[in-house]
Design a protein. Structure first.
Lengths: 390, 286
């Protein structure tokens, strides 16, 4: 019985002019998820995953005609375990496409391997410059952001507000350092002066001494990088020290993202720049936020949007190549030509495979993140050191 | 550094140290008298902060949170002591570390299951929601002054209890020679239970008082635990007075380390600890 079926299948396959298409339509497409499902970043990993599955469900759980099979691995946001986890997905599970991670350290470890293995990879959060810079590769795309994109545009915003003397304060690890470097690039180009840079060891959250210092320096504005619990505490301490009304606070969007509730009234008036805001007034955003809320009971956020866009990007490209992941050259070309009407606005890939996207200027008003304009239209990461950009 | 900025930084350091004292005092007592290395002490701080958030969100009052939360945590301390810690008195430090670290993991999971992984803010009580101007540029929230005063009051009360009461006498005796105390017919078991429970309540109280200042988040106990151990080592194991001095020293060196040696600020506290240990191996008050 089984033999005759196999013979039949073989005969049928052979009778198709494009046998490849048939084979591809049969096998499931295996999508690897290398994301944190435990630890500090668990909520981010879950939002990315749930958004991806939600969108996939709306597409009939198929990409390019092939049914999706998810293979998820908890990366624990641990760079030391990243090589083993990446190998498990690529060599062990034989995924067709690898997606993730949240943590930049994990992303760096992943880059070393996927550049060798040539696995088609979509980075769904980590903003490390090298992913689409020095380490950029034809088989690696990013659907989230680069650190540069979240901070560089803020420099112009501050200068436009007439703030020419700034103090920088940041968590001293790669995310903070890259944000600051990008900000400084824009700020000095526009004629601003940096009075002092205060590097705080990660993940310290005792800021009093530095706040007294800022108060005595009396700059025009302060630009900071903190995220999560550190961002919540910093914004509260800043307001408590009476500095909020005297020296305005600016930052990349991660300063208020996800912690606005904890910051309360202390966050009022803070201006930040990011490629997304919950309150963005466009059709795809409203539709996605409603669907995400209905499916998960939670509010969608910038991380969920990256998951949403990842699946849409893949769907568009895989449709073009009829789901044939073995034709990698064609698939990469298809990805490069993707145009998306994303919840974050128009989305396309740069030559370095980082999104070209609007960076919005947001301000906290009445406890809500409101969009007050576009800080930089179609911002493209400079992709320093990327060989794919001439 | 101008004089006014210097004075301000001293104030910052003292304020940071006082809150640290509240956590470290319980740790040093449990370590000194019970002889138990309690890694779960930071978890009690964390649970205190989460309880403050949870109760304050429902009652709208941090005072209610403290009045309900401290007895609850004291009770939890009793239960933990009876079920787990009591089995450790005759064991070596390695067993103690294993068990109490297991408790840390347990409490962290409990926090995740009960309260989730989000960062939460706790509102400052409305009576204290004003700010006191300090110098020309900075202000100090009245709540920070309040916590500093509260910590000093608790320290003074502990001093009275330890020096002037029968219970305090037994604690002091237990700290210097527990076997002798037992031989004199004092119920050490009961003494240990009460002491552990008090230590738990102190850590939780610190967490509750700190909640409006630090916000409430997963893993907040671990950072405090490490600094508290530094305080205990600097101050001398089992000494409340030492913990007080040690906490102030840690607060001040951390504050000035941040301003004067920004690149090495996280190492300054440990350098101070090493220096103290070289000069006084048994700690400041050991």
């Amino acid at each position: 019985m089984s033999l005759s079926r196999r013979t039949f299948l073989g005969a049928t396959a052979a009778s198709f002019a494009a046998g490849r298409v048939f084979a591809a339509s049969k096998a499931k497409i295996r999508i690897g998820l290398l994301l944190p499902y435990s630890g500090t970043y668990a909520a981010l990993g879950n939002n990315i995953t749930d958004a991806m599955k939600l969108v996939a469900g709306k597409l009939g759980n198929k990409l390019g005609g092939r049914e999706i099979e998810w293979v998820a691995v908890d990366d624990e946001s641990d760079p030391a375990k990243a090589p083993a986890n990446v190998n498990k997905l690529i060599s062990g599970e034989k995924v067709d496409i690898l997606t993730g991670p949240v943590h930049s350290g994990v992303a760096m470890a992943m880059m070393q391997i996927v550049r060798q293995e040539k696995t088609l990879t979509i980075v769904t959060n980590a903003g490390a410059q090298a992913v689409t810079g020095q380490l950029c590769a034809p088989n690696v795309f990013r659907t989230s952001f680069s650190n540069w994109q979240t901070s560089y545009p803020c420099a112009e915003v501050m200068l436009k507000d007439g703030r020419k003397k700034a103090v920088l304060m940041f968590w001293n690890y790669s995310f903070g350092q890259e944000s600051m470097a990008a900000f400084k690039e824009g700020y000095s180009k526009g004629g601003g002066t940096i009075v002092k840079e205060i590097a705080v060891p990660f993940p310290q959250t005792e800021f009093q001494a530095n706040l007294s210092e800022i108060a005595s320096l009396k700059p025009d504005a302060v630009f900071v990088f903190f995220a999560g619990a550190g961002a919540a505490k910093f914004v509260k301490d800043y307001a408590d020290a009476g500095l909020r009304d005297k020296i305005p606070l600016y930052g990349s969007g991660f300063l208020t993202e996800g912690v606005l509730g904890a910051q309360g009234a202390a966050a009022e008036g803070i201006k930040t720049t990011l490629h997304y805001a919950d309150s963005l007034d466009n059709g795809p955003n409203k539709k996605f936020r409603a669907a995400f809320k209905e499916a998960t009971g939670r509010e969608a956020d910038v991380y969920a949007v990256a998951g949403h866009d990842t699946v849409h990007v893949l769907a568009q490209a895989l449709d073009k190549v009829q789901g044939d992941t073995s034709a990698q050259k064609e698939l990469i070309a298809a990805l490069e030509s993707v145009r998306l009407d994303s919840p974050r606005g128009p989305f396309r890939f740069s030559k370095a495979h980082n999104p070209i996207q609007n960076i919005y200027l947001r301000q906290v008003k009445g406890g809500k993140e409101t969009v007050i304009g576009i800080a930089q239209k179609e911002a493209e990461d400079p992709a320093f050191g990327c060989a794919m950009v001439k | 550094m101008s004089f006014s900025l210097f004075a301000l930084q001293v104030l910052n350091g003292v304020e940071q140290g006082l809150l640290l004292f509240l956590v470290a005092s319980g740790l040093t007592l449990v370590f000194g008298v019970l002889g138990v290395l309690n890694f779960a002490h930071g978890s009690f701080y964390m649970l205190g902060a989460y309880l403050a958030y949870w109760i304050a969100a429902r009652t709208g009052s941090l005072l209610a949170a403290v009045l309900i939360g401290v007895p609850v945590m004291a009770l939890l301390g009793l239960v933990v002591e009876r079920l787990a810690i009591a089995r450790l008195y005759k064991r070596d430090h390695l067993s103690q570390v294993l068990l109490t670290y297991g408790l840390v993991l347990l409490f962290n999971e409990l926090q995740r299951a009960l309260f989730g992984n989000d960062v939460h803010g706790v509102d400052t009580p409305t009576v204290l929601a004003f700010r006191i101007p300090l110098g020309s540029a900075q202000e100090w929230p009245a709540y920070r002054v309040f916590t500093a005063v509260a910590c000093i009051l608790v320290a003074a009360a502990m001093r009275q209890v330890i020096l002037r009461t029968r219970f305090g006498m037994r604690v002091r005796a237990g700290a210097s020679n527990a076997e002798m105390v037992e031989a004199l017919g004092i119920d050490v078991r009961k003494l240990f239970s009460v002491l552990f429970s008090a230590g738990t309540a102190l850590a939780a109280l610190a967490g509750m008082l700190a909640a409006p200042l630090t916000t409430v988040y997963p893993g907040m106990g671990e950072g405090v635990l490490v600094l508290s151990f530094v305080v205990v080592v600097i101050g001398g194991i089992g000494s409340i007075k030492g913990a007080f001095l040690g906490a102030l020293l840690v607060g001040l060196s951390d504050t000035f380390g941040k301003v004067l040696l920004p690149g090495f600020s996280s190492a300054v506290v440990y350098a101070v600890m090493a220096a103290v240990l070289l000069l006084r191996p048994r700690g400041l008050a050991g």
